[in-house]
Ligand binder design. Structure first.
Ligand code: ADP
Length: 272
């Protein structure tokens, strides 16, 4: 099957009314040193929707998250997060968890967790109260006074995620949040994340190299191609139907989706 027909097969799956999307990326392009990194990238993510971005290394996934979060300035196209269109407005109002947990080594778990709230001007007493309220759910209640070096990798990621989630921003960006973890910890955190976000009503964008992680977590998977980075497929995943079935890895729907994505990705490697 040609790449064009794959695109057609997988396109138009979005059931998001783009007018009501919490995150709307329209015609975004980006260059580094005159090299085109992203070209005409458009996507919408609705309230309560979880979208995964998969694509080969270097296709611009992190650059796209940096543009959405306001770390980088949009020069071509536009980005709107819940009505915020300027870079400075979005910075701090979009939650962004990067692959490295970036916990500050001199602050306790509680102090790290409340960092986003502090930056938003929330006072220490209220920040602490909000950290404590969620600490149980994030399974870090017993380690709030620990230092980051005392924590396991999985715990560190949960602290980083709590820090990202606490400011209660409507858009949450996750860049390879479980990339550095072993397979077992990773699998249990994926399940845990699904439960934590089930009622969160946020628009979530996850960057991952792991196609099965994308299938498990996302409502839609956007596949990117490199040189320049662009979206070549938009695939709907019915998580509920899949998780209700016996084993995600052997479910026929999952195998079909996984094969389609891996086929698209392998084709890009050849093109590159
Ligand atoms: P991905 O997240 O998909 O691996 P990135 O968004 O990190 O891709 O990078 C996309 C491309 O932009 C890569 O070719 C990378 O080398 C390039 N790039 C990233 N950051 C910079 C930078 N600061 N200066 C120049 N090129 C960069």
């Amino acid at each position: 099957m040609s790449q064009a027909s794959h695109q057609q097969e997988f396109s138009n799956n979005s059931n998001v009314d783009s007018e009501n999307a919490l995150l709307k990326v329209s015609g975004v392009g980006f260059d580094y040193d005159n090299a085109s990194i992203l070209d005409d990238v458009s996507l919408s993510v609705g309230r309560g929707e979880f979208v995964a971005l998969v694509g080969p290394s270097g296709c611009g996934k992190s650059t796209l998250l940096n543009l959405i979060s306001g770390v980088l300035e949009v020069r071509e196209g536009s980005i709107n997060t819940n009505g915020l269109v300027g870079r400075a407005e979005r910075l701090g109002n979009v939650s962004y968890m990067q692959q490295k947990d970036l916990l500050l080594p001199w602050r306790t778990v509680a102090e790290n967790s409340r960092l986003g709230l502090e930056l938003n001007g929330v006072n220490t007493a209220e920040s602490n109260e909000r950290v404590e309220k969620l600490a149980e759910l994030f399974d870090i209640a017993d380690v709030l006074d620990h230092m980051p070096w005392q924590l396991s990798g999985g715990m560190r990621q949960r602290v980083a995620l709590l820090r990202a989630v606490l400011p209660d921003n409507p858009v949450l960006l996750l860049d390879e949040p479980f990339g550095a973890l072993d397979a077992i910890t990773r699998r249990s955190l994926q399940q845990w994340l699904l439960n934590v976000l089930a009622t969160a009503d946020k628009a979530v964008v996850l960057v991952t190299h792991d196609v099965d992680e994308a299938i498990l977590l996302a409502d839609r998977i956007l596949v990117m191609a490199p040189n320049p980075g662009r979206i070549v497929a938009d695939i709907e995943v019915n998580v509920e139907a899949i998780t209700n079935s016996t084993d995600i890895s052997t479910s026929p729907e999952v195998i079909q989706i996984r094969t389609g994505i891996l086929d698209l990705l392998s084709r890009q490697e050849v093109v590159r």
